[in-house]
Design a protein around this ligand. Structure first.
Ligand SMILES: [Zn+2]
Length: 319
């Protein structure tokens, strides 16, 4: 005879733990980490190709050799604008890749005393699944053997819990979380803008190449390839940016999008304006800079490490 739902779910949970111990699927992560190094070089090669086509093959030479003053000035402004976006996307990339996404401090726990922590740990280990028993659940990471703040998730690539983890990005070879999410969003935004501008700058030369008209610049075949790369990146990144802006508007990470379906009132949504300010900071002058001020960084950490007072989200998703 089948047991109750509670017993079945408890049994399933224990089976998953055993299976997870014996078949560590995250061995695959080591491969992804190695792949990330290749992807970073791939990104650099693609950006380098487009930059070379704009600066050295088409509009750079026109700044000096253009037949009219209008053409020379137009090319100069185009090249400068492109180099500005190139610089901003590189800065954002470096900040995103080398910033710690948010570490849970050693010995952090959401209890007033050690005894409370031990009691809760024993309850979680030896009681039936507390989620199903309808009891509030304090999150504990089995892999780190440590308490886990709300919105933190275990990242199998870096082997630790990350505050407000969004995803592990193989393009930047780093986990994207609380402290580098702004840099990540600015990286994809500046890259998209640079690709749109490059498409506009390289488009006429590429069109001539396709229509087999006499080439106006150098290496028309390479300019055409750079244009295709720019269009492909611009289109795919645009969709990605729209998806992330929607999540910023409701204060939700990529992982939490799956959790949110099970929560009626999302406790972190503080209104669009405050949600945007949480990621991009309050002052408009800071919105376009990939780094965080020390004050905002500390505020984010204080928010992420304080016990949640609203409805608790019963999720333990690890990535
Ligand atoms: Zn962990």
């Amino acid at each position: 005879m089948l047991g109750s739902n509670k017993e079945n779910a408890g049994c399933l949970r224990r089976c998953c733990f055993v299976l997870e111990d014996y078949c560590n699927v995250f061995q695959f992560c080591k491969f992804l980490k190695q792949l990330g190094k290749v992807m970073a070089l791939f990104v650099a090669a693609l950006i380098g190709t487009v930059t070379y086509a704009v600066v050295f093959l088409t509009h750079g030479p026109k700044v000096v050799e253009g037949s009219t003053a209008q053409q020379r000035w137009g090319s100069a402004i185009g090249v400068l604008a492109f180099l500005f976006l190139d610089g901003m996307l590189t800065w954002s990339y470096v900040v995103c890749a080398f910033t710690d996404p948010g570490r849970v401090p050693d010995q952090w726990m959401p209890f007033d005393s050690e005894e409370e922590a031990i009691t809760e740990l024993q309850r979680q280990r030896y009681s039936p699944d507390p989620k199903l028993a309808g009891l509030p659940r304090v999150r504990h990471c089995r892999k780190c053997q440590a308490w886990k703040p709300d919105r933190a998730h275990h990242d199998s690539m870096t082997g630790r819990c990350v505050l407000k983890m969004d995803h592990y990005c193989i393009w930047v070879i780093n986990c994207v979380g609380l402290l580098n999410y702004k840099a990540f969003l600015l990286f994809i935004t500046y890259t998209c803008l640079a690709c749109i501008l490059a498409t506009g700058l390289l488009g006429p030369s590429s069109l001539n190449f396709v229509l087999e008209k006499p080439a106006q610049g150098r290496m028309p075949g390479m300019v055409f390839v750079a244009t295709v790369i720019a269009i492909a990146f611009a289109v795919s990144l645009l969709g990605f940016i729209i998806m992330h802006l929607r999540m910023v508007a409701i204060n939700c990470s990529t992982i939490e999008m799956y959790e949110k379906r099970r929560v009626a009132n999302w406790p972190y949504n503080r209104g669009i304006r405050r949600n945007f300010a949480e990621v991009f900071e309050n002052e408009p002058s800071r919105w376009f800079v990939p780094t965080l001020t020390l004050r905002h960084r500390q505020w984010l950490l204080d928010q992420a490490l304080r016990p949640l007072t609203g409805p608790r989200i019963e999720s333990d998703a690890d990535v």
